[in-house]
Design a protein around this ligand. Structure first.
Ligand SMILES: NC(=O)C1=CN([C@@H]2O[C@H](COP(=O)(O)OP(=O)(O)OC[C@H]3O[C@@H](n4cnc5c(N)ncnc54)[C@H](O)[C@@H]3O)[C@@H](O)[C@H]2O)C=CC1
Ligand SMILES: O=C(O)C1=N[C@H](C(=O)O)C[C@H](O)C1
Length: 271
């Protein structure tokens, strides 16, 4: 039992944090050794099982990430960009595999994460589900097959509390379409249309975001031509799909060389 990889979960009280706690506790391939929340959070100092309204599980939430990471073989991190950058440096210091699910990361954050990956294994993906990662591959293939007369639009829908847009998944799908077409996404990205936008530019990849209620995560990639449309769709109905993917990534990362990986590497879907 004690030889199983020890897992620390950051952002423990969050929507994903709580799902990750349940997933790791239910696993016979890993053990929960720590949970981290931000300083001042009501969970700090409390057993996380009790904080979730159940029985004690023997893990008390801390606001000291380095102390927790030092006891872990992997860190599952679904928090916020500034926190994730800090955790990347600390996980590298502790030589723990850092699984990053956090989205909304910008160039400055990605640069710091890439630096940490010189010293430790990092697995990062805007979506850890098997289904979305298959959709990424399908999107690239369809984009390869269709010319720029097929307008590409990525439409995503999420719960009302999501803070970033377009979603990390939408950006992965847009990147896959751009890769399939052999173009630079930054040059063709069209997000946040409003007002007199002018006609659609040939070759652009458009993004639209819906926010409402408790939607877990829905993504369509639409290829629209004159007279016909191809629509690729993924619907997540339960956050457990992301948590299972994250735990799988943590186990896969044990013994890998330092570097930055994604879920296509973990799932063996890389080309
Ligand atoms: N890659 C994937 O498969 C998925 C990614 N996500 C992403 O994960 C992130 C979190 O999503 P949710 O759980 O819905 O958000 P949430 O807001 O419910 O949870 C975030 C948690 O992080 C904690 N946190 C923030 N700063 C912290 C710090 N410095 N130290 C410790 N804890 C800190 C907050 O207190 C909160 O408990 C988002 O970026 C979201 O887009 C969500 C689902 C799947
Ligand atoms: O914030 C969420 O909830 C989700 N975020 C990820 C994203 O930005 O794509 C993954 C999933 O769609 C849920």
């Amino acid at each position: 039992m004690t030889d199983l990889p020890g897992i620390v979960i950051t952002g423990a009280s969050g929507r994903m944090g709580q799902m990750l706690i349940r997933t790791v506790l239910a696993s016979d391939r890993a053990r929960l050794v720590g949970c981290v929340e931000r300083a001042g959070h009501a969970w700090v100092g409390r057993d996380v099982g009790e904080a979730m309204g159940g029985a004690a599980v023997g893990v008390v939430a801390t606001d000291d990430p380095l102390e927790a990471f030092a006891r872990a073989q992997a860190v599952l991190d679904f928090t916020a960009p500034a926190a994730t950058v800090e955790f990347a440096a600390l996980a590298a210091q502790a030589r723990a595999v850092h699984v990053i699910g956090t989205t909304g990361l910008e160039a400055e954050h990605l640069h710091k994460i890439a630096w940490a990956a010189h010293h430790a294994v990092i697995v990062r993906a805007g979506n850890m589900s098997l289904g979305v990662n298959l959709l990424v591959q399908m999107t690239k293939k369809v984009a390869q097959a269709l010319d720029a007369d097929w307008d590409v639009e990525v439409v995503e829908a999420h719960h009302r509390r999501k803070v970033d847009a377009p979603s990390g998944t939408a950006l992965m799908l847009g990147q896959a379409a751009a890769d399939g077409r052999g173009v630079d996404l930054a040059a063709v990205r069209d997000a946040g249309r409003d007002g007199i936008t002018g006609v659609r530019r040939l070759g652009d990849i458009g993004f639209s975001s819906i926010r409402g209620g408790d939607i877990v995560g829905e993504h369509d990639v639409i290829f629209a031509a004159d007279g016909e449309r191809v629509v690729l769709r993924h619907i997540a109905t339960d956050r457990s799909v992301f948590a299972r993917g994250a735990l799988r990534a943590a186990l896969w990362g044990q013994g890998q060389k330092p570097g930055e990986y994604d879920m296509l590497d973990v799932l063996g879907l890389s080309e």
